[in-house]
Write a protein that binds this ligand. Sequence first.
Ligand SMILES: O=P(O)(O)OC[C@H]1O[C@H](OP(=O)(O)OP(=O)(O)O)[C@H](O)[C@@H]1O
Ligand SMILES: O=c1cc[nH]c(=O)[nH]1
Ligand SMILES: [Mg+2]
Length: 225
Amino acid sequence: MPIEDRDDAYLITHALAKDTLSKLRDVETEQVAFRKGLVKLGRICGYEIIDGAMGTEYVSIQTPLEETTGERVKGLDNVVIINVLRAATPFVEGLLKAFPRAKQGVISAGRNEEAGMNEDGEFPITIDYVKLPEISEKDTVIVADPMLATGSTMCTVLDHVLAEAPDYENLFVLSAVSAPDGLLRVGEQFPQADLLTVAIDDYLDDDGYIIPGLGDAGDRAFRTK
Ligand SMILES: O=P(O)(O)OC[C@H]1O[C@H](OP(=O)(O)OP(=O)(O)O)[C@H](O)[C@@H]1O
Ligand SMILES: O=c1cc[nH]c(=O)[nH]1
Ligand SMILES: [Mg+2]
């Protein structure tokens, strides 16, 4: 079973996903390998979403020799992927290999780390840019961000995504590494979303970093520190 149902999330358990995430965690993995790893992980997660959540339908196929029955993934033309800048950019590049015809939305969201976490364990989030495609009831929406820490970013992003359609249900939140606090926060505020992740880590440190995590995904992919 490639996707395992846990109480707080669905775990993507494909062996290559675990292998790729382990390379991403390694402090010795430098920028290029880190970015490529995020692309690869996005592709694997995309394939797993297709396999575990979308299913196939039978279609009639004419081979060069005779007519037969084949299978086609259902709903591949009705996928929306939301890229949460900045760390999700390489992750989304990988997802697009699985969903090449997806409509894409972009939301630039950043944690105000200087302000720090408030007493409820939330960061103030600055949103600089929002450009979303029209989302229809038929669409499967995947909001991708490799890191789900306190969940402050994802909750703010989902507020924007669902502004026009608050009851929208065909919704996946996809991350590579999640902290229990973030899963809890997003799960409570957006019970209609299915939370998908490759790993649920142990806890958040005092600066809101996931432990053991993989460090700062944006900084490692973009070499900003
Ligand atoms: O769950 P949260 O506590 O909100 O943390 C997760 C967010 O933090 C990181 O982004 P960051 O703010 O570092 O911006 P960046 O992607 O530009 O590096 C990460 O990419 C998530 O978007
Ligand atoms: O551990 C963390 C937490 C937030 N953002 C990251 O990139 N890493
Ligand atoms: Mg971010």
